[in-house]
Design a protein around this ligand. Structure first.
Ligand code: ASP
Ligand code: MG
Length: 458
């Protein structure tokens, strides 16, 4: 069995859904199970509608409705489905009216509202797949065992989900059914709909794959795989053919936006390979993510950046070598539910980075009782994912590039066994540094290789 996950852009309209059908038909022998996101930008629209409802008394979801109804008519799907989808839109409209009237939007309501995107896309896709003679059946995640906690917007799946999914889905496949399951959503113990965080259908797919011991998970996107850099920034960014789970997770976390950061965990646990493919270019090989191999000898795999980061410098005002200083610092952050990204320490001070949106007032107050605190906003983390065994070389070269560009590195993090080397610079310098590093590590060496080949031929 394999799990095939299709993202929003792979489902953006009738034409794309037809393409999905073709891709699935090409792999029927491998007994696929589908996990789908919402169509196109539906999730963004729905979240926007929720916020508008808080301020206005009438919110239209016509745009989203049009996308769905048009797909149904373009695909020639029957009136029964149209009626089903219209009912869902009616419910969605009522929910928005409720928000408008009460001027209140809880996390629970927001999750219920965005869940409509995935619930509609699976119904439409399954109906279409049936017209091409596949035994497709749409399922809401909770009907195949997805049970989460109640952290709306960022729910964690409960461990029982694994057993429930593993006992339910393989039976469907054995019956020759092509399950088409909603990504991104689950229900908590009280039956409330929850969501797994933006981009969460990747996680839904990897959880199903790991729980059912699938042969492979395919994540279908609109890019040729995990790229060496953000293609919006670096025109000649190219797909990486292979990365390890660790590398993929670091890339996702530090801004590569290809996969949900937590999506690697289930597959890493079981060893299920993940293949990132492009539904707009299925012939491209894509990126394969699997357990580490020593064979990969390229110096670096990819470069990413994460902007809008805050740097906090904390210096102990008490004596040197005071035991428990770091423990105390970290516990202040943990008590205030602020998660730390990068850390660098010296004997008397510690620097760390956080997402800028966090409210730091309480932590600063507590830390100031025993330490000097300096908060610097407008920073960026540039991360290089590379071969740890050659980290000195990577650092030397990367710093060389920074020096040439007159960029001052404000903090560095590089762990003993970690795959990433990250440094903090000013936000405004991030784009040009990524571009330059890419040119230095990828474009130039390749051009040199090509030139050498040409010279040898002559
Ligand atoms: N539709 C959700 C989102 O856009 C989940 C997903 O696409 O994975 O975040
Ligand atoms: Mg999406």
């Amino acid at each position: 069995m394999i799990v095939m996950k299709f993202g929003g852009s792979s489902l953006a309209g009738a034409e794309r859904i037809v393409k999905v059908g073709e891709i699935v038909c090409g792999q029927l022998k491998r007994r696929p199970l589908l996990v789908l996101s919402a169509m196109g930008d539906t999730t963004d629209y729905l979240l926007e509608a929720a916020d508008t409802a808080l301020k206005k008394s009438f919110v239209s979801v016509e745009k989203v409705e049009d996308i769905h109804l048009k797909a149904i008519s373009d695909l020639g799907l029957g009136s029964a489905l149209q009626k089903e989808i219209k009912t869902l839109f009616w419910e969605l409209g009522s929910l928005l009216t409720g928000i408008s009237l009460t001027r209140e939007l809880t996390g629970r309501t927001r999750d219920c509202l965005v869940s409509f995107g995935e619930r509609m896309s699976v119904r439409i896709a399954a109906a279409y797949l049936r017209t091409i003679k596949l035994k497709a059946q749409a399922f809401d995640a909770w009907d195949v065992g997805f049970l989460s906690d109640s952290s709306f917007g960022q729910a964690e799946l409960r461990s029982e989900s694994w057993v429930r999914i593993a006992s339910f889905t393989p039976t469907l496949i054995a019956e020759g059914i092509l399950p088409v399951i909603t990504g991104f959503i689950a229900k908590d113990e009280n039956g409330n709909i929850t969501t797994l965080g933006r981009g969460g259908s990747d996680l839904s797919a990897t959880v199903i794959a790991a729980a059912c011991k699938a042969e492979e998970v395919q994540v279908w996107k609109d890019v040729d795989g995990i790229l060496t850099a953000d293609p919006r920034l670096v025109k000649d960014a190219r797909p990486v053919d292979k990365v390890t789970y660790d590398e993929a997770a670091e890339l996702a976390y530090f801004g590569a936006q290809v996969l949900h950061p937590r999506a690697m965990q289930p597959c890493m646990k079981i060893g299920t390979p993940v293949l990132v493919k492009n539904s707009y270019n299925p012939a491209a090989p894509g990126t394969r993510i699997e357990a580490g191999s020593d064979k990969n000898t390229s110096l670096i795999r990819a470069i990413t950046s994460k902007k809008n980061v805050t740097l906090v410098d904390i210096t102990s005002t008490r004596m040197l070598g005071q035991p428990g200083f770091l423990a105390r610092v970290f516990s202040e952050f943990s008590r205030n539910s602020i998660s730390i990204d990068m850390v660098a320490t010296s004997e008397v001070s510690v620097s760390l980075t956080l997402d800028a949106e966090k409210d730091l007032a309480a932590v600063i107050r507590e830390l100031s009782e025993y330490a000097g605190v300096e908060v610097r906003t407008g920073k960026a983390i540039v991360t290089i994912i590379g071969d740890v065994r050659r980290s000195s070389e990577i650092l030397r070269e990367a710093f060389g590039v920074c020096t040439k560009m007159g960029i001052q590195v404000q903090m560095v993090s590089h762990g003993a066994s970690k795959v990433n080397i990250s440094f903090i610079i000013n936000d405004g310098e991030a784009d040009s540094l990524v571009t330059e590093l890419h040119r230095f590590f990828f474009t130039e060496p390749e051009e040199k290789k090509k030139a050498a080949k040409r010279a040898a031929k002559k």
